[in-house]
Design a protein around this ligand. Structure first.
Ligand SMILES: Cc1cc2nc3c(=O)[nH]c(=O)nc-3n(C[C@H](O)[C@H](O)[C@H](O)COP(=O)(O)OP(=O)(O)OC[C@H]3O[C@@H](n4cnc5c(N)ncnc54)[C@H](O)[C@@H]3O)c2cc1C
Length: 559
């Protein structure tokens, strides 16, 4: 077998998974059935949690350089426009960054440019190119491999291709063949509604690229019918490009979706804004709401991720972000199992951990969709994005892989999307950042932060020795050294008052100069605690017992 993993589908889920697996040293092929990459903006809102994950993946600077702040306000016009100034309504409150959350606000980047950036990183760093015009048709699963049958178009001729791989991932979108062939249920509903969406250039300055106040919505005066037109600036430098979304009961969406002139005509009729002139249409598609998810994220050696596993309304900007987060959850587990270091059963926790999170996401986005689009006459509400949509609160508390020796009440209710944001820091939660950590390197004091320490290929054990002293550090470090050093690193975090020398027993010793690590991890300077942070930067274990707890946690991760 020359390839470890075949990924079907080169959207954000497939590409981020490819990058993660390649960083973990696996060989990957990515096939894409389209002959050209999708040109559309589609999922442009990158949530703060995804930005954090991209920092660990090493692509955040490139993302920040080419993205813009996400829109903050919406301008509501009456349709047809009555010439009055729009009503301004807050979409999302901007927040200041904090020492534990260095990226508080979402950013805006067209999915087409986002995907291009991921492809460029994959090619530049690993020499892997997405194979276009190659469609997965079927597969057969065996105990130690998967045989994949695809069709590649060469010239205009279809050529059958058979590839044998260790693992197959269906990141093949909402109509996933992989999901269907695996026989996974895709339960949910398909509400009656249709819309057209796409990207179009506006000529002149009747609508401007403005991330603060540039998102315009037209609705009928009394919201009499669920008819809505949205124009969101794309913030592509030098282009007056907008993502449009037009939906409603009396709209002939089929007619409009096939024809630019019909689209422009409908826009002018509904909004009354004949002064807005349009240029080139980049792409346009028909959109029907589907609110569905799988009952299981995989079987054996085949898994699904992203829209292949869950589809929902774009309201709230969670879909693409959730797909990327599926990939982060799956990648490190798959890499360890493939290398023979973890039991295959660990892969079941991919489904176990992501299912409640995605179910919760579906509920939230559906509620938003109903309020903002599907409301009955007079009941439509303004777009508003709650704090949970930043995705800091997503957590895997209580999961079979998670060990918490501090919070032990198994009956405490967990909200998979919000509990991680409840002010406590527990096993299963997102691992917070902590800046102003110092260490000595060749007699020079270096300042670092935890987000620079975490990596997508290793667990990181943060050892807070408290007053327990040398024996605790020695015992914990000795235990940690029993596990594969390429997949685990240890950091001793000394309190700011510490005068101790760097420990030769751990990979790194830092002094918590400003106290942020102790504060952000809610540890006191007297109580010894170890946090084991997983390669997806969630806290796998919160250990107070030392050696015993480490052994318990790692017994379910490593063979
Ligand atoms: C108007 C709109 C706005 C949105 N806004 C947001 C937002 O702000 N934030 C957000 O998070 N999400 C948003 N979304 C959702 C987001 O676009 C999707 O969730 C995202 O595209 C899912 O990524 P994916 O990689 O899982 O699947 P996709 O992007 O659908 O990629 C799947 C790929 O697989 C390929 N493929 C399919 N079948 C095969 C096969 N058999 N063989 C090989 N290749 C195959 C497809 O051609 C496609 O390229 C929005 C969506 C829309 C429509």
């Amino acid at each position: 077998m020359s390839t470890d993993v075949l990924i079907a589908g080169a959207g954000p889920s497939g590409l981020s998974l490819a990058l993660l697996l390649l960083r973990n040293g696996l060989s990957v092929r990515i096939i894409e059935k389209q002959s050209q990459f999708h040109p559309g903006e589609r999922g442009a809102g990158i949530q703060p949690r995804t930005l954090e994950l991209y920092k660990f993946l090493g692509i955040l600077p490139s993302i920040v350089a080419i993205s813009s702040p996400a829109p903050r306000n919406m301008r509501y016009f009456v349709a047809p426009d009555d010439g009055k100034p729009p009503r301004i309504s807050t979409l999302v409150q901007p927040m200041d960054d904090t020492p534990d959350r260095p990226m508080m606000n979402a950013r805006l980047l067209g999915q087409n440019i986002h995907e291009q950036l991921l492809r460029e990183h994959i090619l530049a760093n690993y020499g892997v190119q997405v194979e276009l015009d190659t469609e997965l048709r079927s597969f057969e699963q065996h105990s130690d491999h998967v045989v994949v049958h695809a069709v590649k178009t060469v010239g205009s001729k279809p050529v059958e291709v058979t590839v044998t791989v260790n693992w197959l991932i269906g990141a093949d979108g909402a109509r996933s063949i992989v999901r269907k062939q695996l026989g996974l249920s895709f339960l949910g509903e398909s509400p009656q509604m249709e819309a057209v969406t796409g990207d179009i250039h506006v000529v002149g300055d009747t609508l401007k690229q403005d991330p603060i106040n540039g998102w315009s919505i037209w609705t009928q005066p009394d919201n009499a019918t669920p008819l809505i037109v949205s124009m969101r600036p794309c913030m592509v430098p030098g282009e007056n490009l907008f993502q449009f979304f037009m939906g409603g009961e009396k709209l002939d969406t089929l007619k409009i979706s096939g024809n630019r002139e019909e689209l422009v005509k409908a826009f002018h009729e509904i909004t009354g804004r004949k002064d807005i002139a349009f240029g080139k249409l980049v792409w346009m598609g028909l959109w029907r709401p589907n609110i569905r998810m799988v009952d299981n994220f995989g079987k054996g050696r085949v898994f699904v991720a992203g829209d292949a596993a869950h589809v929902h309304s774009p309201t709230g900007g969670q879909g693409m972000n959730s797909g990327v987060q599926d990939s982060f959850n799956l990648a490190w587990k798959l890499a360890l199992v493939h290398k023979g270091l973890a039991p295959q059963s660990i892969l079941e926790t991919y489904s176990g951990e992501r299912t409640p999170v995605i179910a919760s996401m579906l509920n939230m986005t559906t509620e938003l969709f109903r309020k903002e689009f599907g409301a009955k006459a007079g009941q439509r509400q303004d777009f508003h994005r709650g704090h949970e949509l930043r995705q800091f609160g997503i957590n895997y508390r209580g999961g079979s892989l998670i060990l918490d020796e501090k919070y032990t009440d198994k009956n405490e209710p967990v909200d998979p999307y919000r509990s991680g944001d409840d002010g406590t820091v527990r096993a299963g939660d997102r691992a917070p950042d902590a800046p102003s950590l110092t260490y000595l390197d060749a007699d020079e004091t270096v300042v670092t932060c935890l987000f620079d320490v975490f990596t997508t290929v290793k667990h990181t054990a943060l050892i807070f020795p408290g007053s327990a002293g040398e024996n605790f550090v020695a015992e914990v470090s000795k235990t940690l050294r029993e596990y594969p050093s390429n997949f685990l690193k240890s950091i001793l975090v000394l309190p700011r008052s510490s005068t101790k020398l760097p420990s030769p027993l751990t990979d790194m010793t830092v002094v918590d100069t400003e106290g942020y690590a102790h504060m952000n991890y809610a540890v006191t300077e007297d109580r010894p605690t170890v946090f084991v942070v997983r390669p997806d930067s969630y806290i796998g274990a919160l250990i107070t017992s030392g050696e015993l707890g480490l052994r318990r946690y790692f017994s379910s991760v490593f063979l």
